[in-house]
Each structure stands twice: as C-alpha cells, then as structure tokens.
Design a protein around this ligand. Sequence first.
Ligand SMILES: Cc1cc2nc3c(=O)[nH]c(=O)nc-3n(C[C@H](O)[C@H](O)[C@H](O)COP(=O)(O)O)c2cc1C
Length: 196
Amino acid sequence: MKEAVKVLGIFGSPRRGGNTEILLEEALRGAEKEGASIDRLDLSDFVITPCKECHGCDDTGKCIILDDMEKIYPKLLEADVVILASPIFFYGVTAWAKALIDRSQALWAKKYLLKDPSLGKEGKRRRGFFISVGATKGQKVFEGSILTVKYFFDVFNADYAGELLFRGVEAKGDILKHPEALQQAFEAGRRLVQNP
Ligand SMILES: Cc1cc2nc3c(=O)[nH]c(=O)nc-3n(C[C@H](O)[C@H](O)[C@H](O)COP(=O)(O)O)c2cc1C
C-alpha cells in the first residue's frame, strides 16, 4: 500500500480559535481529505528556548539545548509537507515561530557545514507552505516573514510551494468575513498532498 503523505502543521499563534488557527485547520482538513496523515504542533504549548548562538551545533548538527525542540526536529525531517501558520507580529512571524526557526540553525549546520547527504541535492525533497494574516493593509506587511520562512524551509529541503496571506484581519475570527479564505485554505491543503 502507498504510504500516506505526512503533513506537519505548525501553529505559530498563541491565540486559540483565532484567524491563523481557523485557516490552518482548513488547510489540514483539505490535506486529510486527500488521504494525508496529519500532525499539528501548537507552538505555544512547547518550551522552545531561543538560539543562544553558541555554535554548539556546528560540529554535530545537533543543538545542545535540551528542550521541546528535541521532539520537533524529527517531525520536520519526517514530514513530506510542512505548513507554517503564523500571524504577523511587528512585521515578522511570532516569537513562538521565530524561536523554532532560529533553532533550526542545527539543521542549517547539518546541511551546510557538515554537508549531510540527507539534506543535500540527493536527499528527500519536501514542500513548505506559509499561511499568515495581518491587521493592516500595508503592501509590505508580509515581506519580511516570507523571506524568513523561505530560508527556514530551505534548511530541511522544503521547496516553497506557496502561501496564503490575508490583510485587514485583526479581531479573533475576522477571517470568517472573507468567505473565500476558508475555501482557499482547504484547496491549498488538498493541492499540497496531490503534488507532494
Ligand atoms: C504583538 C502583536 C503585534 C502585531 N503586529 C502586527 C503588524 O506588524 N502588522 C499587522 O498587520 N498586524 C499586526 N498584529 C495584528 C495581528 O497580526 C492580527 O490581529 C492577526 O489577525 C492575529 O492572528 P491570530 O488571530 O491568528 O492570532 C499584531 C498583533 C500583536 C498581538
């Protein structure tokens, strides 16, 4: 039997039932509809210490900080598709998401310093998708985060497969005022599994 595509949803907002969670859930529902196996990480439930820039990972590809990231590294590597969902906080992703991203420096070291073949050209390719919302309508509101997320995806060989971004979304549930948003998230989830 063909193995199910593994989709990892990373929920980077601390606000439950908020706009990001609604969109992420729809995307995961779409992926599940296509037969994917789903795993979701709610970052605000995890203890993720920010990177200390000790370079402890340079020689091993492993972080020396022992916290919940130990559970998250294998999940990133096992996934076929990673969906990172974070609202915009001060023109970036949330601190919850950024802590995880910075700690992926250990994977960066594994890939670029140690040239581990599993993260090289011959290694498994993954797909990454970014979901975000912001309260303002500024043209540049997502620019910084998109770059951050692209470089994050690169460390575990995830091609940037697309994004779903909504401006002018502030209060909890505001996203429901965009009726097409939920459908778009559902379809994005489906597509990510159809073309893993
Ligand atoms: C600390 C903080 C910083 C924020 N910074 C921005 C910002 O720079 N630009 C913006 O458009 N919205 C900003 N927002 C608004 C959130 O992105 C917006 O309310 C979003 O809908 C929250 O998503 P959630 O319901 O999934 O948590 C900020 C909100 C908070 C709490």
